[in-house]
Design a protein around this ligand. Structure first.
Ligand code: NAP
Length: 247
């Protein structure tokens, strides 16, 4: 399905990004596994892909850093000769009620989640325009659509990604590049494992399907959006949340 394609997945050392990297590799793509701090975990993802005879490379880069993300993308294009799929998955939370939220925690979440997404789109678009095609998939969140107390910074970053997705889609559509976002609900990863059992049970009650999702539920949609089958879909934010948000 993705033979001869090159994909960059940000934040692919763990959780949803790891699953996306493995899924795109299984579909035939060469995959760059970006990470920030988890070197060993990222190298384990690369080893798993290589053990199946596919090409992969780990790349450390804080996507919130404009110059560093440019250097990463330039290096990827140099090593692989092209770049077809960008998945902006890297993200963090630094939760607190607004009255207690520090400026540093607001800035850190906006930098990693929203600016990181801008940085990578900004730097891949020249290459994708040259190739007259590409797929960009951004990770938003249900929280970016309906808000959540204690997550003002995170919700702002994820709502920002939705606006950024629509604008980039309009700028790039005539050149065969699609830009879409995914809004996961609550998915079982380290990010949600940190929640208390009470919080998890309260959330399950808000999900019509009554359970948290799995990383594969997100990776399957990424694979579809990255494929030729999704060629006429752009500027959309698609929920994968067991029915939690129906807008
Ligand atoms: P996770 O398990 O905490 O993993 C986060 C990943 O992002 C890690 O690989 C981490 O790398 C990387 N990362 C964080 N900041 C980075 C930066 N500045 N530069 C490069 N990489 C960075 O998170 P997850 O649950 O898989 O979530 C993945 C994405 O889905 C996030 O954008 C998150 O907001 C979104 N999402 C998740 C859920 C959920 O329920 N889990 C729901 C909605 C949306 P290191 O390990 O190297 O630090």
């Amino acid at each position: 399905m993705l033979k001869d394609k090159v994909a960059l997945v940000t934040g692919a050392s763990r959780g949803i990004g790891r699953e996306i990297a493995l899924t795109l590799a299984d579909a035939g793509a060469a995959v760059v596994v970006n990470y920030n701090g988890s070197k060993e975990a990222a190298e384990a993802v690369v080893a798993e892909i290589e053990s199946k005879g596919k090409r992969a490379q780990a790349y450390q880069c804080n996507v919130g850093d404009f110059a560093a993300s440019k250097a990463m993308i330039d290096d990827v294009i140099k090593s692989f000769g092209r770049l077809d799929i960008l998945v902006n998955n890297a993200g963090i939370t630094k939760d607190n009620l607004m009255m207690r939220m520090s400026e540093a925690d607001f800035d850190a979440v906006i930098d990693s989640n929203l600016k990181g997404t801008f940085n990578c789109i900004r730097h891949v678009s020249r290459q994708m325009l040259k190739q007259k095609g590409g797929r960009i998939i951004n990770m938003s969140s249900v929280v970016g659509r309906c808000g959540n107390p204690g997550q003002l910074n995170y919700a702002a970053s994820k709502a920002g990604i939705i606006g950024l997705t629509m604008s980039a889609a309009k700028e790039l559509a005539s050149r065969g590049i699609t830009v879409n976002a995914i809004a996961p609900g609550f998915i079982q990863t380290e990010m949600t494992a940190a929640m208390t059992e009470d919080a998890k049970s309260a959330i399950s009650k808000m999900i019509p399907m009554g359970m948290l999702g799995e990383t594969k539920d997100i990776a399957n949609l990424v694979l579809f959006l990255a494929s030729d089958q999704a060629r006429y879909i752009t500027g959309q934010t698609i929920s994968v949340d067991g029915g939690m948000f129906m807008g």
